[in-house]
Each structure stands twice: as C-alpha cells, then as structure tokens.
Design a protein around this ligand. Structure first.
Ligand code: PRP
Length: 212
C-alpha cells in the first residue's frame, strides 16, 4: 500500500483528479462526508486528507509515503523529504506587498508581517536589509493598513485581496506551485510503486497542460 497525504480543500480535490487520471483513483473519496481515510485495494493506494500546511510533516515522519504540498510550505519549513514533481497547479507568487505609496526608510528595521517568517528572513538577508518579523496567522493584508507593519510577505494568487484593500505587489520573491513529495525511506523501500505513481501523475500533468 502507498499512503498519500492530500491537502484538504480545493487544491486537494484538483490534485486528486490527477491521481484519478493516472489510474490511482479511489471513487469513495468523491462521496460527501467527513471521512478522512480512503483505501483502494485495487490500486494499492490509500488517501487521507490533512490540513495543507501539515502534509509535509506527515510525509517527513513517514505517516504518509507521498503527499502534495505547496512550494511555499516546502520553502518555509524545509522538511527533509524528496520533491519529486511540479504538479503545475495551485500556482501563485510569494510577494512583498504594501501600500502603493510605500517608501522604505532604511534608517530603521523594516517591519514585515507574514505567515512565512523564514522565507521573509531569507529574502531580506540576501538583500542585507534588517527586518523586524511580525508573525501572523491570517488576514495578513490588515497589518500595513493598520500600521502594524510596513510591508507584508504573502501569497498572491489573483491579486484580488491586495486590490480590494488598496495594496500593491512591491516585489516578487518566487513562483509557487503544488509539488509531489516523498518520504526518503519510503522512496527507497517502495521505489517501484512510487516511481510508477510519479510517472503516471507526470503524464496527467502534461495532459492537463496540453488541454489548457
Ligand atoms: C491567501 C493569502 C492572501 C490571499 C491571496 O489567504 O494569504 O490573503 O490568499 O489570494 P488572491 O491574490 O487571489 O486574493 P487565504 O485565503 O489562505 O486566507 P488567510 O488570510 O487566512 O491566510
């Protein structure tokens, strides 16, 4: 059996479609309900839904053999896992954003509100810019509006949240998308199964790209 940790929510459902397309479906998963684990003896795959930011933990510790995690989570937590494939979905950007008229006052540390303190620190340390990180858990866009921070480091997908709050992207740090990741021990001992799964999903990703 290969255990797969999928991120709960819209992205997870889209990604599950790729597994299905690759021949690793488990029809029961589509039934509405609160069940968390779905097993298919036929394909030898067992899926479970976890909070998106927890997928990498399940995979790193071997509770899941493979999983799907956003590149944002992989950059932020640097889990000890293999990154097998870019699924080319869940695409967005990690950005610095702030008020449109923002001007950096380099005589003092820049106050940065974010859910991603490590990404923010890494980015500004490359620029040799001293920062004061303010770790928040959501609605990050509020911080510069209320004067809690000078800028934010956050995910921008459509740009709608920034626009509706009179904020703008100031810099793009990196592109983000969903990645197929694997536990290192599982990759060694279930190599044949994981390689087959990875190949199948890779083909599903290419097919979806062609259809776009
Ligand atoms: C994310 C992110 C932005 C928003 C960006 O928040 O933190 O707030 O989505 O998307 P957009 O560019 O399409 O508007 P999320 O929905 O995860 O909620 P959160 O504020 O609780 O983090």
């Amino acid at each position: 059996m290969i255990n797969v940790a999928l991120p709960k929510g819209r992205l997870g459902e889209r990604v599950y479609g790729m597994f299905e397309r690759a021949g690793f479906g488990c029809p029961e998963i589509r039934k509405p309900g609160r069940k968390l684990i779905f097993e298919s003896q036929e394909t030898g795959v067992s899926f479970f839904w976890v909070k998106p930011s927890d997928v990498a933990i399940y995979v790193e510790r071997g509770a899941a053999d493979v999983g799907v995690a956003g590149k944002d989570i992989l950059l932020e937590y640097a889990p000890d896992v293999y990154e097998l494939l870019d699924l080319k979905t869940g695409c967005c950007r990690m950005c610095v954003a702030g008020r449109r008229d923002f001007r950096d006052d380099t005589t003092r540390p820049l106050r940065v509100a974010t859910k991603f303190p490590n990404i923010a620190r890494g980015y500004y340390s490359e620029l040799s810019r001293e920062i004061d990180v303010i770790k928040l858990n959501g609605s990050i866009e509020l911080a510069p509006l209320l004067g809690l921070s000078d800028v934010i480091v956050d995910i921008v997908e459509t740009g709608g949240t920034l626009r509706e709050n009179d904020l703008a992207t100031l810099e793009t740090i990196t592109q983000i998308s969903a990645r197929l990741i694997a536990n290192k021990v599982s990759y060694k001992f279930k190599n044949e199964e994981i390689t087959r799964l990875c190949r199948g999903i890779g083909e599903a990703v290419s097919q979806e790209a062609e259809e776009k």
